[in-house]
Design a protein around this ligand. Sequence first.
Ligand SMILES: [Fe+2]
Ligand SMILES: [Fe+2]
Length: 164
Amino acid sequence: MGTRAREILGIDPAQLIEELNKAFADEWLAYYQYWVGARVVTGPMRGAVEAELNQHAADELRHAEILARRIIQLGGEPLLSPDQWSSATNCGYESPTDPDVSVILEQNVKGERCAIDTYSRLLKLVEAKDPVTYGMVLSILQDEIEHEDDLESLLRDLETARKK
Ligand SMILES: [Fe+2]
Ligand SMILES: [Fe+2]
């Protein structure tokens, strides 16, 4: 990070890097949960659900990239080993041991709600202190809000389909 960029930062970069790394761990775990879920999912509307899970997986991976870039820009280092993900994560990981479509969607909705909480909290942390991170977190939060909505509508469609 350049000199002036450091001067306008109203927050301790080490604290910010730690928070961003926790979100970075969340994104990798969310990526994998979606990725593997898309492969094992079974039940009605499987095709539509698989496509949505794959789309979300791609978004979470993109979020991980955005976070890594900002961590490096702040002079930090993204977590270098997957071993660190489970201790750094805010939102954890739920193995899709039951491949039923509703169970997988419910697990992922839970993850998205945690992501929304995490990024809302991060947004408040950097508000008026780091406009660059603020803009970045806001764009990720918008995606997570869309993800929750996508999954909730799939669950509603599924319920309707099962009643028929
Ligand atoms: Fe994400
Ligand atoms: Fe998401």
